[in-house]
Write a protein that binds this ligand. Structure first.
Ligand code: CU
Length: 154
């Protein structure tokens, strides 16, 4: 196998590792419900994570005054009256990390009433490990090859 072909093969493998979709069963869409309590000036829980394709229901419960929940990037919101629960259902079809925040002015610290929704798996971690392994595979034969050439030159 000549080194050029090997390099090409390695590059192709790298592309597969970086961009191939994950097997469907590892991220089978689910229906998920999160009950989030809102009070001045925080959400509890303030962070939650779903998989891409999940049907997500947020049940927003307000413990004191009127609060809202607006998800950046998805541009969806829900508003809960004091003591009431309001719900919002959406499909998490955009992967990434999104901030959600209160969109009803609820007091002095209102701008700090934020949380985070993460849509996705740790695919970047797995992919970067895969690429690192491929990098090593590519590096070793060539370094040996170089050494051999140096020896042959002598
Ligand atoms: Cu608010």
């Amino acid at each position: 196998m000549n080194s050029r072909f090997f390099l090409l093969l390695l590059a192709a493998a790298g592309l597969v590792v970086a961009f191939a979709p994950f097997p469907v069963q590892s991220i089978a869409p689910q229906e998920r419900t999160f009950r989030i309590e809102a009070r001045q000036f925080a959400y509890s829980p303030s962070e939650f994570k779903v998989n891409p394709g999940d049907t997500v229901t947020i049940q927003l419960v307000s413990a004191d005054v009127v609060h809202g929940l607006y998800v950046d990037g998805y541009n969806i919101s829900v508003e809960a009256d004091p003591g009431q629960t309001a719900s919002l259902t959406f499909i998490a079809d955009k992967p990434g990390s999104f901030r959600f925040r209160c969109n009803v002015t609820c007091g002095a610290m209102h701008p700090f009433m934020i949380g985070r929704l993460t849509v996705g798996t740790n695919s970047w971690l797995f992919r970067s490990i895969g690429l690192a392994v491929l990098g090593l595979i590519g590096f070793f034969p060539f370094s040996f090859h170089k050494e051999r050439m140096l020896v042959e030159k002598r």
